[in-house]
Design a protein around this ligand. Structure first.
Ligand code: A2P
Length: 277
């Protein structure tokens, strides 16, 4: 029931995936991945920064999940940016994950240092077959425009903070116009928006939870999204969103909750870059 999105490089990616941020202990990781796989998730999203790649690798091996069914994402952290460091650290990530390749490799945050070299390393890793697709995370329009001045190929994914309080409408539109799929991290705003009255009114009408309403809103907005939970019931609930439809009015009401509130850090502002183009 999870839809596959076709990426600009010809690969396909599940629209809904499972986020592994802040899950670090082995038994919790293994059980979360098992609950998620059994519930129908196939995309698992980790990062060097999450310090759980080794635990994810052990879980995937222990659970003996078929590699060809899985879509695994990891991200190069800020300290590992740079051409050589990216190549070396991603080879290390693959060893930890016990994988020959990941499906998607992202630059975790835009930073001025090694801006183009890190991207060139991703292009190289893709050429070597160590990742199927390459993309970025937390890029604003200006970063994408700057990258376009030197990239041989452009990112197929931009993974950004997105939820009803930060719907990122202009950036989502920009990504779409440039054949980049927007993928929402913290799609539930880390759970902080779930007591919102508008969401709960809509939820009651559909006999769903506020979390399911928010995830369905992402789905109907045409973006990809990766909710996280460590609880089996919530993991199941979060993928049980394919049997109802939000009306245009309901979509608009949720879009109107935008008030530019972030749960994560602000990407480097443009004036912090010495952009000379
Ligand atoms: P927990 O892991 O204890 O279930 P996001 O994906 O936006 O970062 O949100 C993740 C947060 O939201 C986690 O704290 C998670 O808590 C909580 N969460 C995830 N799914 C649900 C749900 N269906 N209902 C309520 N809280 C949820």
């Amino acid at each position: 029931k999870v839809k596959q999105l076709l990426l600009a490089d010809g690969q396909s990616m599940p629209q809904e995936g499972f986020g592994l941020y802040k899950i670090t202990d082995q038994s919790t990781i293994t059980s979360a991945i098992k609950y998620a796989y059994d519930a129908g998730y196939r995309l698992f999203d980790t990062a060097q920064l999450y310090k759980n790649e080794a635990e994810v690798g052990i879980a995937l091996k222990e659970l003996n999940l078929p590699r060809e069914e899985l879509f695994i994402t990891t991200k190069v952290s800020e300290p590992n940016q740079g051409f050589k460091q990216t190549i070396t650290s991603i080879k290390d990530s693959l060893q930890k994950l016990k994988l020959d390749y990941v499906n998607l490799l992202l630059i975790h945050w835009p930073i001025e240092r090694a801006f183009f070299d890190t991207w060139a390393a991703l292009e190289e890793l893709k050429k070597e077959g160590l990742t199927r697709s390459i993309g970025v995370s937390n890029y604003q329009m200006i970063h994408l425009q700057y990258l376009a001045t030197q990239a041989r190929e452009m990112p197929v994914i931009n993974q950004i903070e997105r939820h009803p309080r930060l719907n990122q409408q202009p950036l989502v539109q920009y990504d779409k116009e440039h054949n980049i799929v927007t993928q929402a991290w913290s799609p539930l705003g880390r759970g902080t928006i779930l007591d919102n009255p508008t969401l709960n009114k809509i939820a009651a009408k559909h006999n769903k939870s506020a979390a399911q309403i928010v995830l369905r809103w992402h789905l109907q907005s045409g973006v990809a999204f990766i909710p996280k939970s460590v609880h089996e019931a919530r993991i199941k609930q979060n993928i049980n969103i394919y049997d109802f439809v939000l009306s245009d009015d309901e979509m608009t009401a949720i879009n109107n909750l935008n008030n530019f509130t972030r749960v994560g850090k602000e990407p480097a502002l443009v004036y912090e870059y010495n952009l000379k183009y």
